[in-house]
Design a protein around this ligand. Structure first.
Ligand code: HEC
Ligand code: HEC
Length: 497
């Protein structure tokens, strides 16, 4: 019989070899650990005067900022009055059709909010409720089932479509009554969305601790029966909307130059371009707007927001937000004009140009050491500081500007902790577009809350950094290894951008 272990044949040189092997493994581990944990090798560029004007010549001074809906100071007087006309259209609530004044009717019949600024609160981010029994209304849940469609980017959930509309024009919904009270022929809301929070404690190497919280989507009052068995859900909070025209003016070649899909430079970071459908060009082109960069042009973003978020049909998306399984919705009276739109081309353009021309705040003061800590942690690998905008923009002030958005507008795998499990065009479940950081620190002052990351889970810059995983793991580790005072300085730098 064979013995696995024979003490009589045990030889000292074998023991020695085993010893060397163990020492070797420990050394290799130390080297690997050291590689990820070593202090940064990034150099910090000298401070440039232009950095304090993130939006180039369109930047506006700090004390004037009570909202993020201020026109670029470079706009001509006539363009400014058109900006205010667009702002009014983005602000005033839309109403149910039919009404005597046809200019503002056509809301819904399914919708998420009555106006753009109902979600982009004062032009800043949406507010996410802490209270698990308060509905989430400043954003929405996107829905799909597995698969891909080149125009939609996803296969919509068969009954509810690709966005869950939590409001409807029915009297019962408007009065806050139960679904069962919905009158015959009236349209039920698709559901109500609440967020249940789960807490985690993250401990720094220096022993200090931070509480993080993660939302669980809690969908109540489903109006049209159960979801498809394999429905994928993505919770999206409304981002801020300043500087959009400048972002649009960045030449695609500049963004492409930052992409490294196969990580050929071996830095652990592989920014990717999302290819998304353009209703103008009738083909797939690189996206740069939205949390997964699923939209390429501001016009498409705004027209899609009218159609899906407010239920306002328009020349780009002329359909009502109803699926073939929602008969009452399909049969509802619309606010369509003779051409079949609830908002005509000229008014749509006013809102598009309002969105395009919102200025970016000037940088506020920060400790210079925080800037160094930002660069040394490698944040700029994705939060690309500056770009120069192209020429030939529709508004002169957007041309040839040195801007500082702190984003590469590329997709990055941010790890399993931030996943939504739902692909969107080429973006995988774990991938998100790097969001611009300019003006971020003013959110709290403007709308009273700071809800960062795609679903608003992070209540501070610190929490947002601690959620970074995947390709950003090294940056998070470096941040965590800073002294408490340096971490605070880095946060103050980000809040001042
Ligand atoms: C129900 C809430 C809601 C309403 C109403 C709404 N939005 Fe949004 N908006 C969002 C969310 C959520 C996103 C992110 C979408 C995504 O990830 O694809 C977004 C994205 C955007 C973006 C892209 C921002 C970026 O950083 O890429 C712009 C611009 C925008 N909305 C403008 C508008 C305009 C203009 C209107 C009115 C026509 C509007 N929105 C109505 C919630 C809303
Ligand atoms: C690998 C790329 C990458 C690196 C490196 C990186 N980030 Fe990010 N960052 C992202 C992406 C992508 C998101 C969006 C994630 C989401 O919405 O879930 C994000 C989100 C954020 C946000 C929230 C912004 C908002 O508007 O919600 C902050 C703040 C932030 N990052 C700061 C930092 C800092 C500071 C560092 C360095 C310590 C850093 N990031 C390193 C890619 C990166």
């Amino acid at each position: 019989m064979m013995k696995l272990f024979r003490p009589d044949s045990f030889r000292p040189h074998l023991l020695l070899a085993l010893g060397f092997l163990l020492v070797g493994i420990v050394l290799v581990n130390l080297v690997i650990f050291d590689k990820t944990a070593s202090p940064a090798h990034f150099s910090t560029p000298d401070i440039r005067q232009e950095e304090s004007l993130p939006g180039g010549s369109s930047s506006i001074p700090y004390p004037a900022i009570a909202s993020l809906e201020i026109p670029s100071p470079e706009l001509t007087d006539s363009a400014k009055s058109l900006f205010y006309a667009g702002k009014a259209l983005a602000h005033q609530p839309w109403v149910k059709a039919p009404t005597a004044t046809t200019a503002r009717d056509g809301l819904g019949p399914l919708y998420n909010a009555r106006s753009c600024l109902g979600c982009h609160v004062k032009g800043a981010k949406g507010i996410v409720p802490d209270d698990p029994n308060k509905p989430f209304t400043n954003g929405f849940v996107r829905l799909s089932i597995p698969g891909y469609d080149p125009v939609l980017g996803v296969i919509p959930e068969p009954t509810y479509g690709d966005q869950l509309q939590t409001e409807s024009t029915s009297l019962a919904n408007q009065l806050g009554l139960a679904l069962t009270q919905t009158g015959d022929g009236e349209v039920k809301p698709e559901a109500k969305v609440f967020l249940q929070w789960q807490s985690y404690i993250q401990i720094y190497p220096d022993g200090s601790a931070v509480e993080l919280r993660q939302p669980k989507i809690d969908i109540r009052d489903l109006g049209y029966g159960p979801f498809h068995d394999v429905t994928l859900f993505s919770l999206r909070n409304a981002p801020a909307i300043h500087g959009m025209g400048l972002i649009e003016a960045i030449p695609q070649s500049e963004i492409d130059a930052l992409a490294d899909p196969d990580d050929s430079n071996n830095d652990g970071i592989s920014g990717r371009v999302n290819l998304v459908w353009s209703p103008y060009k009738d083909k797939l082109i690189p996206g740069r707007f939205g949390h997964k960069a699923s939209k390429a042009e501001i016009t498409t973003v705004v027209a899609a927001a009218f159609a899906n978020d407010i239920g306002i049909s328009n020349p780009i998306f002329p359909q009502q937000p109803c699926t073939s399984k929602q008969a009452a919705c399909l049969n509802s009276i619309t606010g369509n004009d003779d051409l079949g739109y609830e908002i005509p081309q000229d008014l749509l353009e006013l809102v598009i140009n309002f969105t395009r021309n919102i200025s970016v705040p000037k940088q506020r003061s920060f400790p210079p050491k925080g800037r160094t800590a930002f660069y040394q942690s490698g944040c700029q690998q994705c939060h690309q500081p500056q770009f120069r905008t192209g020429k030939n923009q529709s508004f002169a002030h957007l041309n040839d500007q040195l801007i500082w958005p702190y984003s590469d507008f590329l997709l990055h795998d941010m790890g399993d902790q931030l996943t939504d499990g739902r692909p969107d065009f080429d973006a995988s479940r774990n991938e998100w577009r790097t969001p611009p950081l300019w003006g971020l620190g003013l959110n709290k002052q403007i709308n009273g809350a700071l809800n960062l990351l795609h679903d608003g889970r992070a209540r501070s810059v610190e929490e947002a950094i601690l959620w970074h995983g995947g390709e950003a793991t090294t940056a998070r580790t470096k941040f965590m290894q800073l002294a408490a005072e340096e971490r605070q300085q880095l946060v103050q730098f980000v809040e001042a951008l």
